[in-house]
Write a protein that binds this ligand. Structure first.
Ligand code: ADP
Ligand code: MG
Length: 707
């Protein structure tokens, strides 16, 4: 079995396929499917943790089922069939099963293949929720969309607490479960933490930890028991690797020498000329810190952290203008095309009067225009460039790159960041993030970066009025939106990732667009924006809103990332309970940017729990990004099973740096011990650990994990 490798190229020896062929049931096609979605090693699979569990140990007799119960039923099929419903594409599969204590109706929506398992007389196990269903003949209990196993199903699927995984493209859930079990049984992972550490922190070995998490003996309860012990072990594994990588990076950087951009009188005058307003105290402080980095021979490696709207951009622009004025090139990387375009325009507005030119380099800049930009970057004739991923493509060469700005840094992978930096000779790097985290935590997490914080908002910003509402208020809200638009304002409707796939996300927004523009907002000029549109189409939508041609914008969360729509005054976020608080805070930061009163309405989904709605109310009260992020991180995972759900931050699959503060601290101490050679290792552990850390240095830098 091989560890995850930093790169996924097949040719690399460290990514040798780990299903070395003997793994029954994993044929070449499946291996390819797994590799395609990023699983190239045993660890990749083991680290894909269950999102929940089903306790399929104890069947309930049908006669004893109760409404609302989630139960396992073991019964024989009396009959089953699929029929199409009047609406195109919908199907309904129904079955009746019996276990002697009673008969049960079972229904699946849009899973016509279920019919194949419903041969009369087969014994099946059904796991699902019992609901009350009203028919003409009266009420009856039925089970909706249960999972189904043949009664003689394999060891992974029945008679135990069964892990349920988030969908992996191309791999049926059952199959995935079997692969995991097989791995645990036949190819147990190799230990990587030194015994000394495991003993002193009282952590189980890696094989046990994975088994406890994937196939626990008992259902995992949040915050305690065996599940928590296993979680801690895995979290330690992650945190320690990160601390080792960061420590190493910092030690290396302390020795490097880089581009020096001295402060001159001309630079000072230039900055004064291009500054459109006076800086806040926080901006001034941050800029001073940056300026002294630029002027020093040590390359800058700084994180600029500030709540949405705190004015990070102008600070970055000043640094860029300064670099350009001193004869260096400066590049600004934005995560999306829309943003890149917007920032390029904003920068050009500032520096045009001084005769400085700003180029935009994105995927949609092609042909001659692109060639010219590349030529002029290579010759040094062009000093300021704003772009997307396009910037770090191989063909893009710089003459003397002195400064790299990376906006919304968590959107970029490490490797991308490294490639950009490699285009100069140790250029200065400023990364910016709007995900505020407490300073002490940031220092531990981003250990290798210096930190500047904008903790003050520019003057004149009016707090966005925020309300949490549910479906019952929808008519009122629609009326309110019409009033806003009639009064010259603009309105956003935002749809989250409804399912865990980008398709359905888009689907939801597209359908809503139809419904809203045909119904409540008929006659209002509208635009639609989602991630699957191509560059020009997106651009057109944003332009329509920015120029005031569209009054209504229906969008997926693509607007979250920094798109500035200054005239928008109201935002309605659908299914708001499915968002993180920090993300919602980002979203509402998009509106009310031109001094008008902004309104943000957070619509809870129909089925949202009371706790979920309460969580949202933090946003009604607080406007402080740090406070909100902390509340968010604290609550994150609290409601999941054992807190095991992968929380999607730029790296950690298990660790939660807020809740695992203590663990993080001890990881940092252990990392120091390791770097000082104070650990006695078994050779095997040491090698394994080295590989693990290297794989993280491949993943890192997409920092932060909190993204
Ligand atoms: P973010 O930190 O979210 O990137 P921006 O840099 O986009 O914030 O700034 C938000 C808005 O505030 C912009 O319209 C910007 O022009 C304005 N702004 C920034 N700094 C100041 C300042 N010192 N005084 C007045 N307005 C400012
Ligand atoms: Mg920004």
């Amino acid at each position: 079995m091989k560890p995850p490798a930093p790169e996924t190229e097949e040719s690399s020896p460290r990514t040798a396929p780990f299903f070395s062929g003997e793994l029954a049931g994993v044929g070449p096609a499946r291996k390819r499917a797994l590799a395609e979605v990023g699983f190239s090693s045993a660890e990749d699979i083991l680290w894909w943790l269950p999102s929940r569990y089903e306790d399929r140990r104890f069947p309930t007799p049908i006669g004893q089922l109760k409404e609302g119960q989630t139960a396992l039923v073991r019964a024989r099929v009396l009959g089953g069939r699929t029929r199409r419903i009047y609406k195109r594409g919908l199907s309904l599969t129904e079955a009746i099963v019996s276990d002697g204590s009673g008969n049960l109706h079972v229904v699946w929506f849009n899973q016509p293949w279920m019919e194949r398992s419903l041969t009369v007389g087969t014994e099946v196990c059904l796991f699902g929720k019992v609901v009350l269903f009203s028919t003409r003949a009266g009420l009856r209990l039925q089970m909706d969309n249960p999972s189904l196993e043949k009664a003689d199903a394999g060891a992974a699927d029945l008679d135990r607490v069964v892990p349920i995984y988030r969908k992996v493209a191309g791999i049926p859930g059952k199959q995935f479960r079997r692969i995991v079990l097989k791995l645990l049984d036949e190819h147990p992972p190799v230990e990587s933490l030194p015994l000394q550490l495991r003993e002193s922190e009282r952590l189980p070995n890696i094989g046990e930890a994975f088994r406890m998490v994937h196939f626990p003996e008992e259902p995992i309860v949040p915050g305690g028991g065996a599940g928590e012990v296993a979680r801690k072990r895995l979290a330690m594994e992650e945190l320690l690797a990160v601390q080792c990588v960061l420590g190493e990076a910092k030690r290396e950087r302390a020795l490097a020498s880089g581009v020096m951009i001295p402060a001159t009188r001309e630079a000072g005058l230039l900055l004064r000329r291009i500054l459109p307003f006076s800086l806040t105290g926080a901006q001034r402080r941050a800029f001073r810190e940056i300026a002294s980095d630029l002027a020093s021979s040590k390359p800058m490696y700084r994180l600029l952290q500030g709540d949405v709207g705190s004015g990070k951009t102008i600070v970055a622009f000043l640094a860029m203008a300064w670099a350009a004025q001193s004869g260096f090139q400066a590049a600004f990387m934005a995560p999306t095309e829309i943003l890149a375009r917007q920032q390029a325009e904003r920068l050009a507005e500032r520096v045009a009067a001084d005769g400085m030119e700003v180029a935009l380099l994105t995927a949609s800049v092609t042909g001659r225009a692109r060639r010219q930009i590349l030529e002029r970057l290579a010759s040094g004739g062009l000093r300021l460039v704003v772009g997307t991923q396009s910037l770090f493509q191989e063909k893009v060469l710089f003459n003397n790159l002195g400064l790299v700005i990376i906006d919304e840094q968590h959107r970029f992978g490490v490797e991308q960041r490294a490639r950009m930096v490699a285009k100069g000779r140790s250029p200065n790097v400023l990364v910016m993030t709007a995900t505020p985290i407490p300073r002490s935590l940031a220092l531990t997490l981003y250990g290798d970066l210096d930190l500047s914080v904008l903790d003050e908002k520019p003057p004149g910003r009016i707090k966005v009025v925020t309300k949490v509402r549910d479906d019952s208020a929808i008519r009122k809200i629609e009326a309110f939106c019409r009033t806003e638009m009639d009064g010259g304002g603009q309105v956003f409707f935002v749809f989250p990732l409804v399912e865990e796939s980008e398709d359905s996300d888009t689907e939801a927004a597209v359908q809503a667009y139809e419904r809203l523009t045909q119904g409540p907002f008929r006659g209002y000029p509208a635009a639609l924006l989602h991630g699957r549109m191509n560059g020009p189409a997106k651009e057109k939508a944003v332009a329509a809103v920015r120029q005031g041609k569209a009054k209504l914008l229906v969008s997926t969360t693509v607007v979250e990332v920094g798109v500035d729509l200054p005239e928008a005054s109201a935002m309605v976020v659908m299914h708001a309970d499915r968002f993180g608080l920090a993300q919602l805070h980002q979203l509402r930061g998009r509106i009310g940017r031109s001094g008008q009163q902004g309104y943000c309405i957070l619509m809870a989904s129909a089925g949202a729990s009371k706790a979920a709605v309460e969580r949202l109310s933090v946003l009604e009260k607080s406007d402080d990004g740090f406070e909100i992020a902390e509340a968010d991180l604290r609550s994150r995972g609290a409601g999941d099973i054992g807190g095991l759900r992968q929380w999607g931050g730029g790296g950690f699959r298990v660790a939660n740096p807020i809740r695992d503060k203590a663990l993080l601290e001890s990881a940092r101490r252990w990392a120091e011990k390791i770097s000082r050679g104070e650990i006695s290792w078994k050779a095997e552990e040491k090698e394994r650990f080295g590989e693990w850390v290297r794989s993280w240095s491949g993943r890192l830098g997409s920092w932060g994990p909190i993204g």
